[in-house]
Design a protein around this ligand. Sequence first.
Ligand SMILES: [Zn+2]
Length: 450
Amino acid sequence: MPSPRQDAEKEIIADALFHNGDWTESLQIYQALAKDGLVDPADDWILASDYICLLSLGAGPGEAERFIENLPESVYQNRSYLQASNHYRRMGNEAGEVAISLRRIRSGKWTTFGDFDHLGQILERNLSPRELLDTLKQLDREFQNMPVVQWHLLKAELKLDLNEDAALRAQMLLKRKAIGQYGFSNEKDYRAWLQKIAGAPSPWLKANEIRAIPEHYHMYLQPVGEIDLELLDAAADMASRFFGTRIIIRPAIPEPTQRDVYTNDLSGYVGQTLLRYLASARKPPEDAINQLFVVNRRFLVYGRGQVRDLYRMGLGTVISTDLLQSHISDEGERTRRLAAMIIRHFKYYVERSQGISFDDAPNNKPCVNTQFYFSQDPKFAYCPECVANYRNASWDQIHAFVQALPMKIAFQPDYGSRPKIRQSTIDNIKSYVDEVQAAMKGIEEAATGH
Ligand SMILES: [Zn+2]
């Protein structure tokens, strides 16, 4: 690793040569320095980006392009990519510019807005609508959300007759304050055009109206300790009808008795520790695309305080009936709220398995997936954005994601303990795992009559 001072020196050399004004002379000095081993533009992105520029201006396209093409990916950073595409642009070599820009997008190194107006146009000229759509969807959400990128995505969807996707995109764009006026003489005309594409608002749908869950995958609820099974049954039934698949309630496992799972005043669980215990003791069945732990106490979450409904860590989830039991007296309403919690929890697996981050996830009231739905009346349907995410999800990816969860959140003897877990906690978790296994064996023996 070069020191900050070496980096600073290189910047100064590069800057001085760059501003010399005589490209050929600067290039000669640069090459002399390289020959003496003082600089190596092929090994350093700061130097590489200026060297590309000097070659392009001082030596001609042949040498510049040889250097660009042979530069290893590790030396490419946003700035070197930018200089490389500037070179092709300067030469009027659109194919070269498209190729290097695609490489830049696919490398995930698109870290500046750059001149996307120009890039969007050349990509549109040189790629099929399908290739353009797939390429733009590789950009980070932040860049995908730029109005100019939205405009290109929308046009590609229309060309591919993806009318539902286009309508939804137009609806989302119309909600924004600033959307530009791409292809139109003013924003008002652009909005009128979007309005036509948006058509009637997309419907809110239940999961079973969007697509069926394949029969070989199942959803599971795992009660912990003494849970009101009548309530859980009724809520699971309601959520089952929403998804169009039966949600299986597994036999209850014993509640941990180890002291470190509880808060100092014993009023509730320590959320993080609890989830480690549960995930270690009860892995999702092999056919599970969803497993949810259900407890009846509140959680303490460091940095967040008391949580009385839903807690996630590393995306493993526990829900608590505590708030429902103490705040809602009507039985039907209690069932409805618990069913909504079961449904909302699945949102994270659907979104994370597609790489949708927390910040980009939809949160449209009163969608059943909305956070903090306790303050309002949840509608038992997905909003159009959640509909799109549910429609685009891959069952196999969700399955792989859920199956990998215990590795992330459990204590795994095979993977060693993470430094954050104390030895006493590891010992406690091991004893809890043994207790759960013994209890489950008892239940199985009773069931089979042995
Ligand atoms: Zn939603």
